[in-house]
Write a protein that binds this ligand. Sequence first.
Ligand SMILES: *Cc1c(COP(=O)(O)O)cnc(C)c1O
Length: 406
Amino acid sequence: MVKLPIYMDNHATTPLDPRVLDAMMPYLTSKFGNAASRNHGFGWEAEEAVDKARGQIATLINAKPKEIIFTSGATESDNLAIKGVVEFYKEKGNHVITCVTEHKAVIDSCKALERTGKATVTYLPVDKHGMVDPEDLRNAITDKTVLITIMFANNEIGTLHPVVEIGKIAKEKGVIFHCDATQAVGHVPVDVERCGIDLLSLTAHKLYGPKGAGALYVRSRAPRVRLTPIIDGGGHERGMRSGTLNVPGIVGLGAACEIAGKEMAEEMARLTDLRHRLQAGVFERLDDVILNGHPTERLPGNLNLSFAYVEGESLLMGISDIAVSSGSACTSATLEPSYVIRALGTDDELAHSSIRFGLGRFNTGEEVDYVAERVAKEVVRLREMSPLYEMAKEGIDLKSVEWRRE
Ligand SMILES: *Cc1c(COP(=O)(O)O)cnc(C)c1O
């Protein structure tokens, strides 16, 4: 029998890999030094561990160790990249280009810049699979554009943007390219050289590391990217991010990156198989299920489905021994349908009925089979109670029905 509850929400966060915890443990206990203490062994030991982690992270994304700036996570990295560039290059221009399906950390950083009058922002649309069109990007660039910020992989629908092409256009036009690669790093190959990325956000807890540890990659040459810090203080991290380093968190991030690099090829293949198995298991049991996101250009572990005539929230309640998400974790506190699903051109009904399955390192085939069956059963049960489903099955076009409030 499969062990319950089942965790299948790996885009919200991932469990800590026991090997990562092992690497961190000494730095949570005896090796507690401050990496900035230059006068004794405790400090040197901590600094050495931080340097090792810098190397491990740099290797995974094909960067140089000195280009890695430690932060508290991807939200901070996104804020630092976007606000830091706009402030530093304000003499050069004030225009930012992003995309409608970005994470809130990017969207709200852009909104904050608009509100304070520091930038004007273009929000590029996406196609029905959630991809930006590089030509739209090219056309949006003006002589005032200082930053393009487009994510690597979407956290709700898993769609991979054409990052190589975006990087090429950015280079050609001499605009800095920031990429929130939080969902991609450790899951699919990410290479800042090949993709022409100048700034890249990542966080440990999305790749089996601890929460509260992240990094921003900042390109050091061709071009050298400059940033105005958003946190002032002791001048840590080459002045870009002051504050005593979270040594155990950083060690965990480094270890997580090393493991991910070694196991990526195998894990991608395994998760792709599991995703196909889950999708097939659902589709063979149910009709009126829609795949959200790109059919092939997507994260191996991401499956996002809309179950017509069923409220995502009701479905979640009916399968409470399975941890999945409706909408994104960050917006599920409100009952607004997901802005990401809506950006695909999906109507509100279907956006409300979407569920995100996030498969990860510790999920098994047995779990996938259980989830497919359990979800299908619950959808059937909910549809049996749904007058809308009944009407649709009788051939009534729901769009033609005139609803009246009694
Ligand atoms: C999770 C996530 C973030 C936020 O990362 P934190 O480390 O939790 O702040 C930012 N962007 C994307 C795409 C994410 O998935």
